[in-house]
Design a protein around this ligand. Structure first.
Ligand code: HEC
Length: 159
């Protein structure tokens, strides 16, 4: 009798531990999704200013443009590997929680190469953004394409 009870409580305990681990995994996944979406928002915030200048909606200012382009280049270089844990795609979390498509985790995924394209484009823009409006206009296209290429492949579209 005593033995059964001990066995049972061990089992209950094991279950409790398993569900704690599960909750921790859930929290870790949520934190990673929050972090990558926040990172993307910082991209959007900085490129929003530069895009506004390129279009002529915002007055060009070399210092401000340089700072925003520097932010983008620095952000692109941040190690983002922990943003993408297994189990954090639209498939597992649903598209209310994330727009990250499962293809990101597929064998042959080139999301890393696409992230490197952005590093290259933003580094070039950082060098050019302070050299006048034409230089900024020339450099912003490749940056926008890097964002767009990755979204086209790996982000669920809004429609
Ligand atoms: C290497 C791939 C990649 C690159 C490069 C990239 N993105 Fe994203 N972006 C994604 C993915 C994947 C998501 C969906 C993330 C999610 O919902 O979990 C996303 C989501 C976003 C979002 C929505 C964030 C939110 O709040 O849900 C914005 C805004 C965004 N990206 C802007 C940008 C901009 C601007 C750039 C370029 C400067 C850029 N991204 C470059 C892959 C990329």
């Amino acid at each position: 009798m005593k033995k059964t009870f001990a066995g049972l409580s061990a089992l209950v305990l094991a279950g409790a531990v398993a569900s704690t681990t599960f909750a921790q995994d859930d929290r870790a996944i949520k934190a990673a999704v929050d972090a990558r979406q926040a990172h993307m928002k910082l991209y959007a915030f900085n490129i929003g200013l530069l895009g506004g200048m390129a279009k002529g909606d915002i007055d060009y200012d070399a210092k401000t443009a340089s700072a925003a382009a520097g932010n983008l280049a620095a952000l692109a270089k941040v190690d983002q590997s922990r943003y993408w844990p297994e189990g954090s795609s639209t498939l597992e979390l649903g598209s209310d929680e994330t727009e990250a498509l499962p293809d990101i985790w597929d064998e042959g995924s080139d999301i890393g190469a696409k992230a490197m394209d952005l590093v290259e484009a933003t580094t070039a823009m950082e060098a050019a953004a302070g050299d006048g409006l034409d230089a900024l206009r020339g450099a912003i296209g490749p940056v926008g394409s890097s964002c767009g290429d990755c979204h086209k492949a790996y982000r669920q579209s809004d429609e």
